[in-house]
Design a protein around this ligand. Sequence first.
Ligand SMILES: Cc1ncc(C[n+]2csc(CCOP(=O)(O)OP(=O)(O)O)c2C)c(N)n1
Ligand SMILES: [Mg+2]
Length: 576
Amino acid sequence: MPDMTDVTQSPQAGQSEQDENLDKATAGLTDGHGGEHAVAVAAAHGVETMFTLSGAHVFPMYDGAVNAEPQMRLLDVRHEQTAVFAAEALGKLTRTPGLAVLTAGPGVTNGVSAITQASFSGSPLVVVGGRAPANRWGMGSLQEFDHPAVLSPVTKSSRTVHQVADIPSSVDEAFALAGSSHRGPTFLDIPMDEFFNRAAVERPTPAPRRRVEPDPDALSEIGALLGQAQRPVIVLGTDVWADGAEEAALRLVEQAGIPAITNGMGRGVVPGGHPLLMTKARSAALGTCDLVVVVGTPLDFRLGYGVFGGKDGAPQAKVVHVADSEGQVSQHADLAASAAGDLTLALEGIQAALEQQLRKPDWASWVGELQAAVGAATERDIALLRAEADPIHPARIYGELLPRLAEDAVVIGDGGDFVSFAGKYVEPKRPGGWLDPGPYGCLGAGLGAAIAARIARPASQVVLLLGDGAAGMSLMDVDTLVRHKLPVVMVVGNNSAWGLEKQPMQMLYGYDVVADLAPQTRYDEVVRALGGGGETVTDPRQIGAALDRAFTADVPYLVNVITDVDAPYPRNTFGV
Ligand SMILES: Cc1ncc(C[n+]2csc(CCOP(=O)(O)OP(=O)(O)O)c2C)c(N)n1
Ligand SMILES: [Mg+2]
């Protein structure tokens, strides 16, 4: 048990104290304990839900939530990583920083992977940690640990708030920083004694978001490069959505007629089935283009480290990087031009600059070439999407799922090969409906993301695609879905293996170890035991009906599809 003896008890409010409070209120001060202040400021930043797992160090946050007007929703989970993954995903979906509250010591350290994931993905997130009391620091009280030192490499700011009176301004700063470009997690911890203490302080009002103007000369240069290009491609990534630039991006693509590829939360910015969406012809587009304009995503392993062209004897392509902030512009790639700042302003500026070019580019034959490649890839996909194979080919699951997905569905991937297939086949019709773990690739993010998706989009389908390995990392949080009445559809691609690792190990060594899981585990029974529903499917013709039952169930429902371990995703890189 944490040492509570040093906690300042709140005095009974008497008449004279009420008068005093009135005086303070007229002076712009609000009286409250640390948790009340923190919750009020978080609420002013748009937070409606706090994700947490109980611990006495953070009780003031719960009391603050309960006493707030309106109350803040407390969403309690079964593992802190789920709390942080949920807060991260809510931040991604709503574009308002999510809030996770973790108790001191192991509560905070259990959240470290998820905080790191948010850092890699540029997700707006605030994590508030408990902390052993200041007046006992160094004496060995329970869970006395200096968290900011651990979290500073993976956060935009990481610090201890030493006085209750500093809580409102510190929480305000944490939210402002997390939600401004380039977005990411912020962390603060509050010593328990100060958390329970009271103070009459001013609660800051959130400042309006500042839009950084990109350099107009840089935008003109990019417009000129596009005007000269014969075979351009534009890549739209997560920050296009995060920065609210999805409409400007689609306008540029459509008005200029540029072939587009989307990734991360940029998926859906150019809707699935759009004639300029070339994701299915990715390799031809990025391999034979002469100019790539990459917007809102780093030039990392997912984009060949920023080297494009060169396929089938094509020359190397010029590369332009447009990022939401200076620090995000690639340092390693050989860039023909770059721009940094608000992405709507950047995309509009590029469009205006392109329209001013004397020569109107004619990309019709390039677009036609890529559309033919998309058509051929779509044809090739059909055979696998309809595969009758026994054991089931994982692609068949998508063949059944795709026609059942609504336009506003939220699709979440958590797994290896099974999720790579999703990336190949699921083309969202709207932006903001696709959640993957991003470049940190942390298995176990799925349940948290599903909880967040159900909260953010109460009326939409929420589909969580799980590898069987990934499922084992967070399935206990189905209990959270059940307790909080959050029905989602889970589909496990159950190949009884850590498939994405098994195949490469076979390739490299001719054998594999530590890659097998127990055969045909009944993950659906786990969900049923926790109060949800589910079933196992072994016949490809039964998948569709099982999905229909899942979509109409009003409880969390898991369809456990036994798939062929020998049908791995056809990849040619390991991400290194
Ligand atoms: C936390 C974490 N541990 C380990 C890995 C390495 N890893 C990446 S994919 C993968 C296999 C995933 O297996 P599963 O979820 O069953 O999906 P499958 O590839 O079999 O479809 C592993 C172990 C990781 N990315 N994250
Ligand atoms: Mg697997």
